[in-house]
Design a protein around this ligand. Structure first.
Ligand code: NAG
Ligand code: NAG
Ligand code: NAG
Length: 591
């Protein structure tokens, strides 16, 4: 009898271990819901896209049970109806899906160079569809080439439980008009006088100016050559990083007449690191005997190395996929970045002196504190000096200390609080002797990161607050010390997630969540100025069994604004239980 009783109490304790330590989680939404269009709020809105000179369908494929298979590959050739030069190229990604399915991660590569990292929305029984548009003008040098392989990876599972097949069509939109004389030597477009408008004029001209060059936000001409820093492609071109120790690398050789290099980093986080910003330290998990593997604390940094030495790093924007936290929040507008994950530019020009020797160099990517798993790869954009075969370069100043990271933890049982503070400031200067003279590039950047996690009420109430601020300046001067270009970028992305979990005897549980997520970004490049302010707030509850949401209620509001020298755009959207209740947008500048 005594043994039986003890077994019972063990069972009780076991069943009531709060789940909140592993919140947030990944779920599938209930099957109900109308056939509708999903979207990610961004600029320009689809209704404001000018008509392209030609459209070129490059991929059309259905992704059913694709897990453990190689990616889908199809040949690419440039459009015959509107040959280069192009003023702008836009990638249009269209997907539709019907049935029950998880969110999936996907990417598209051309000759191993990544064009888009995207994730899918979770479908309904009636079916959903969506479009993603991305300016891909910066990859123009690739779009010119015939006989390339276009590859798309979307690992999906189709079986008795999961029936959703993703049908994908990718089209490139090419624009020939408004082609300005391409700057041949220095890849920076000087400020056109015409853009020097006063705000009153800009207000009335905002719509008509939308097709002007520079509208795309690209003020420099596309690179001459793009080299992928990626895996071999058998399982997609991304490297799968499963632990901190494993840095992934590729040996490459760059042309000796390269005078500018920018590495574009693509990252996404999955499995035990999908919600890395909410992972408690391992000490908390071990002390409480929890069975979650979502640990290692709440700090991650993705870094890039050349020949084993760190040359740049980024704290990634915390993208929430459509099954994340509460899937009812992300319908029909998905979380910020979910359809078009950000990539991160790291200016490597000051390091050219180390890699212009015509020899192979090893480029590596790794994740500080990363656990399984991260999908990372990069595109190395190179600008070549066509009037010389070899340029000379040297670093001058290099100030790049380690990231300073401070951690604090305090807990008793399942309640406690954890802090991580990190910051870094670097400055790197290097010069390049080109056929246009001595060009010196200085890259100064810094960031500060704060993460706070608190567990209360025996771990059932979890609060995550994260702040991230970054600034970057790139200054390029000529041999006389005169400024050729200046780039300034400021970013902030705060995130707050409060989760209250209540567990029931029948194994189901109820989660009440409040999420507030935003991006503020200001970008100044010469005379081109743009700022984006994107805020998304969600709240609601759901009743869950295993990983399936049985029922719930959710509402999300989003305020988006885009402002540059000629355009002001804002859109406020609110959705409740999957239905849009407000959707207002304007092109009026609020002075
Ligand atoms: C190029 O300019 C930098 C300063 O901007 C200078 O330190 C360097 O010596 C110059 N290089 C040559 C070869 O003159
Ligand atoms: C968006 O703006 C509206 C009106 O100004 C405001 O009521 C709402 O709270 C805002 N939503 C967010 C997510 O900031
Ligand atoms: C725009 O917002 C107002 C409230 O500010 C609302 O009454 C109206 O229905 C909205 N328009 C649309 C199209 O949602």
């Amino acid at each position: 009898m005594a043994t039986f009783l003890c077994f019972l109490c063990f069972l009780l304790i076991f069943t009531f271990t709060p789940l909140s330590h592993s919140q947030p989680e990944r779920f599938t939404r209930p099957l109900g819901g109308a056939r509708q269009e999903y979207f990610e709020v961004s600029y320009p809105p689809p209704s404001h896209e000018p008509t392209p000179s030609c459209t070129h369908r490059i991929l059309h494929h259905s992704f059913a049970h694709t897990i453990d298979s190689p990616p889908y590959t199809t040949p690419y050739a440039p459009p015959t109806r509107c040959p280069a030069p192009w003023s702008r190229v836009v990638l249009d990604f269209h997907a539709r899906c019907k049935g029950e399915q998880y969110d999936r991660i996907a990417a598209i590569w051309l000759a191993g160079v990544e064009l888009l990292r995207t994730s899918t929305a979770e479908p309904t029984a009636a079916g959903i569809f969506w479009n993603v548009r991305k300016d891909v003008t910066k990859y123009s040098s690739l779009f010119l080439k015939p006989d390339l392989d276009l590859t798309m990876m979307l690992e999906n599972i189709v079986n008795r439980d999961f029936t959703g097949i993703y049908h994908v069509t990718v089209t490139l939109l090419f624009y020939n008009q408004y082609y300005v004389n391409a700057p041949v030597r220095v890849p920076f477009v000087p400020c056109p006088e015409a853009l020097n408008l006063n705000p009153i004029e800009s207000k009335s001209r905002s719509r008509s100016l939308i097709q002007e060059p520079g509208f795309s936000g690209v003020t420099e001409s596309p690179a001459d050559l793009i080299i992928p820093i990626s895996d071999d492609g058998r399982r997609g071109f991304w490297f799968k990083v499963e632990e901190e120790k494993r840095s992934c690398s590729r040996k490459i050789r760059i042309p000796r007449n390269t005078y500018r290099a920018v590495l574009e980093l693509y990252v996404s986080f999955h499995g035990n690191d999908e919600f890395w910003y909410s992972n408690p330290p391992n000490s908390y998990i071990t002390a409480n005997g929890l069975d979650t593997e979502r640990g290692n604390g709440a700090y991650r940094e993705v870094y890039v190395t050349i020949d084993g030495r760190i040359v740049g790093s980024e704290v990634p924007f915390p993208v929430i996929f459509s099954g994340g936290i509460n899937p009812l929040f992300w319908e029909p507008m998905v979380a910020i970045g979910a359809f078009n994950l950000p990539s991160y530019d790291i200016d490597l020009t000051p390091f050219l002196g180390k890699i212009l020797d015509g020899k192979d160099h090893v480029f590596g990517i790794g994740v500080v504190k990363g656990i399984s798993y991260w999908l990372v790869n990069a595109n190395l954009h190179l600008w070549l000096d066509h009037d010389s075969t070899v340029v000379h370069a040297n670093p001058v100043v290099h100030y790049s200390p380690e990231t300073s990271i401070e951690r604090q933890e305090e807990f008793r049982g399942l309640d406690g609080a954890f802090d991580v503070d990190a910051e870094k400031e670097t400055q790197i200067t290097g010069w390049v002797i080109t056929s246009a003279g001595n060009i010196t590039t200085t890259v100064s950047q810094g960031f500060s990161f704060k993460n706070f996690i608190k567990f209360q009420r025996k771990g059932s109430l979890k609060t995550v607050k994260q702040k991230f601020k970054a600034k970057k300046k790139v200054k390029v001067i000529d041999g006389r010390g005169e400024s050729i270009t200046r780039l300034k970028v400021r970013r902030r992305y705060p995130l707050r997630v409060v989760t209250n979990t209540q567990q029931f005897q029948d194994g189901t549980y109820r989660v009440v969540t409040d999420v507030s997520h935003s991006v503020k970004e200001k970008y100044v490049s010469g005379c081109f100025v743009k700022s984006i302010n994107n805020v998304q707030n969600s709240k609601g509850w759901m009743e869950v069994k295993g990983h399936s949401v049985l029922s719930g209620q959710a509402s999300t509001t989003q305020n988006y604004s885009y402002v540059d020298r000629v355009i002001c755009y804002s859109r406020n959207v609110a959705a409740a239980n999957g239905i849009i209740v407000t959707d207002n947008s304007t092109f009026v500048c609020e002075l």
